[in-house]
Design a protein around this ligand. Structure first.
Ligand SMILES: Cc1cc2nc3c(=O)[nH]c(=O)nc-3n(C[C@H](O)[C@H](O)[C@H](O)COP(=O)(O)O)c2cc1C
Length: 177
């Protein structure tokens, strides 16, 4: 069965990570629920893509009775990260993250900020201890990137690995060239 993945885009610089993730999930035939914060301003419609706004409280992801297989916030602002860490649930993204956590589903946050303050790090530690995967938009260089897309794919490939979704975005460490 194809997985259902919630992807939330928030207003951090690094939107290409989120777009590439959605594109790759759709290519992998996952059902995607797309949430976007006001700061993200993204609206798109495709067959496998359902888009929900900030206060779409009737969206399936707003309730534990209909949880997705996993949720990714990519990119994730440190503001949204703080809200998730405190269980604020003031927007659909925050509520969906809270539901994902309480239902014991996989939650992945892709923060894009540098440097991190002590508050950011405390929030991330709290979330990591609650089982959230903190996967910063922090591409490596050992794959000898030639284009910006190669850097984007590095991060998106790590997210897909954590979702258990097969992809061919990158050669894996130790694989023959
Ligand atoms: C051009 C621009 C770039 C931004 N980049 C980042 C960023 O990389 N990381 C971050 O945490 N916040 C960033 N912000 C700040 C967030 O957009 C802001 O805190 C916003 O309130 C977050 O709301 P949201 O989490 O609901 O999207 C940026 C803001 C602007 C206008």
């Amino acid at each position: 069965m194809k997985p259902t993945i919630t992807v939330a885009l928030t207003g951090a610089s690094g939107m290409p990570y989120g777009f590439r993730l959605v594109e790759t999930l759709i290519r992998a035939e996952a059902q995607v629920y797309l949430l976007y914060s006001q700061a993200a301003h993204v609206v798109a419609k495709q067959g496998q893509l359902r888009v929900f706004g900030r206060e779409d409280w009737f969206a399936p992801v707003a309730s534990g009775s209909n949880p997705p297989d996993a949720m990714v916030i990519c990119p994730c602002t440190v503001g949204t990260l703080a809200a998730v860490a405190t269980g604020l649930s003031d927007s659909l993204i925050e509520r969906a993250a809270d539901v994902t956590l309480k239902e014991g589903r996989k939650l992945i946050l892709v923060p894009r900020e540098t440097p991190f303050s002590a508050l950011h790090l405390e929030n991330m530690l709290k979330l990591a201890r609650a089982g959230v995967v903190i996967l910063p938009a922090n591409p490596g260089f050992y794959h000898h990137p030639k284009r910006i897309e190669d850097l984007v794919d590095f991060v998106v490939a790590r997210v897909l690995d954590h979702l258990g979704i097969r992809h061919d975005l990158m050669r894996r460490w130790g694989e023959e060239r």
